[in-house]
Design a protein around this ligand. Structure first.
Ligand SMILES: [Zn+2]
Length: 143
């Protein structure tokens, strides 16, 4: 087995999103503060069912995900990044899965859980905002 060095991350263990998963790396979405990239979200997509999978990357940390293999997402959820106006640096953002409406339990940087309101896949809160990852493929988002 020889591996060719490449910029594209290796495909993680395949999560069976459908009968014939063909998951390939799609693109990164960079997270910027003051035009400096502080992290990114890697986006993968299944060519068979078109379901997308995301993984959070903070620069300088190899792997912070505690989910083994491909992170799961339900059919009624979308990948999003929640941005906190109360935090700075790498604590300012977090990859989440949002339902269309309702509430999400959000873990803050100091490990408290707060309820945030979701309206049409967007966080509605004085101190938090959000954006959908798939709306920003191949781009950098200033937070
Ligand atoms: Zn699939």
């Amino acid at each position: 087995m020889s591996e060719t060095p490449s910029e594209t991350p290796k495909t993680p263990e395949i999560y069976k999103c459908c009968d014939n998963p063909q998951i390939t790396y799609l693109a990164p979405v960079n997270i910027n503060i003051d035009e400096r990239t502080i992290g990114s979200v890697d986006v993968w997509r299944c060519a068979a069912c078109m379901k997308a999978f995301c993984e959070e990357k903070t620069l300088g940390i190899d792997s912070i995900t505690d989910i083994v293999g491909m992170p799961r997402i339900e059919d009624d959820e979308k990948w999003a990044v929640i941005v906190s106006k109360l935090q700075k640096g790498k604590d300012k953002w977090k990859l989440v899965k949002l339902k269309q409406n309702g509430m999400i339990k959000f873990e803050t940087a100091d490990e408290k859980f707060i309820d945030l309101k979701i309206e049409d896949y967007k966080i509605v809160d004085d101190f938090h905002s959000s954006f959908l990852v798939l709306d920003h493929i191949h781009t950098a988002v200033e937070i």
